[in-house]
Design a protein around this ligand. Sequence first.
Ligand code: F0G
Length: 484
Amino acid sequence: MGIHSVDRDSSGVSQPPNQPDDLALHKVLDSLSLRCVECNAVYPGFETTPRYRCACGGVLDVEMPFSLPAQRMPLPNFAAKAESDLTPLAGAPWRQLFDERAAMPPIWPLSTSTLLADRSGVWRYRELILPVPESEIVSRPEGNTSLYPVGLENCDELRKGHRQIGAFAGLERFYLKHEGENPTGSFKDRGMTVGVTLAHLRGAQAVACASTGNTSASLASYAAQAGMQGIVFLPAGQIAGGKLAQSLAYGATTIQIEGDFDAAMQLVEQVCNELGIYLLNSLNPFRVEGQKAIGLEILQQLDWQAPDWLVLPAGNLGNTSAIGKAFRQAYSLGLIHHLPRIASIQAAGANPFYRSFQQHFAQRERVQAHTIATAIKIGDPVSYARARRVIEESNGLVEEVTDEEIMLAKKVIDRSGIGCEPASAAALAGTKKLVANGVIRYDERVVAVLTGHLLKDGSTGVSQSVTGQVLEPTLEAVKKALAL
Ligand code: F0G
């Protein structure tokens, strides 16, 4: 099915649907609107020609009314249920809904439609993301990633390797949310499942993005699943090998361009508008809606006790925007009782957001980006305005870290047994710096997001002398190598 299969008259207005799922879908799509983050203009959420920007050039934000499924209206006995001071009452029916879905026994699905939505760490929260009928969802599924306790206090002896991370940061109650555990190895899958679901509802034949590697890998996978042509624009020679291999293997049309990510981004927007290809960068506001699920899943894993800080690497600023929005919405629905402060961490050589923050956002900065962390090598972030709002609303901040600090933090995460790609380690490097500077107190509860898997970029920082050692196959040679 899909909205594309519903007749439209010449004015673009849809004809009355006759299937129950059609009806539900129309209701959802009609309830969506897009608001410009710059000038507040409002547009319908679902027009015949997709809209990625306001007439003023500003980026757009999805707005929709939230409603619990009909059978979930607050029950009278909720008031009697024990509610700690930390979990406000108003959010109780929402928490119960999401907790019941998460607690579903792991029944292996016999067909793709069985329990698909509840098993996804994105679609479990569909009422807050995009409440389309389950039959329309394109999902692997994604999410349900680990939240590792790694602080000096919340990590026990059996995980002393992980505790090294808490010792490095100087934090007692510290968690790492590993988004590298998503199906294609990065957090991008959470936005992509929503973006490709929208593409399917539009009847899109082709979808495209510019990427520093992870968005393209994710798009390639989900487009292949949905039977669409995936087209990815990559800055030539600036993509980690594992990511390029994914795009090629999943069968995306892979176009490498001369120039950096910012040039590829400008080009893909033009290409999509001119050629009618559906754009799946986080300029597409529905991608941001999917990435909100990182924030929602963290809150649920912490039993709805919001952390004091959320620290994450920042490049194009889609994730800062999404997680901040999720926390704001969770707070306004009463799911949590306070807003975590958000700290966005940039590489010092790719730090336009940091530079703007230093001037209290008086001016939007752009830079020519240089960093070893290719995933965040971005000089002109698309979601600047959305992310600025998040930092201001959450009383958050933007910090920068050097490539040396990033690689030192990566080594600590890798040696602990958890592992991540270089850009992800910026979150730990930034956390350590903020604790050392007294901005984050050692006893505050902090979650840092690891955005990509170690194998995405397995070679950066790995010494060839380690991988290059070849021994004679004798016990003596091994004893010598082990210094025994
Ligand atoms: N970490 C990783 C591993 C990434 O791939 C990205 C972005 C970021 C952090 C930054 O997140 O852009 O939301 O601020 N990668 C994009 C891509 C740009 O094309 O894969 P952001």
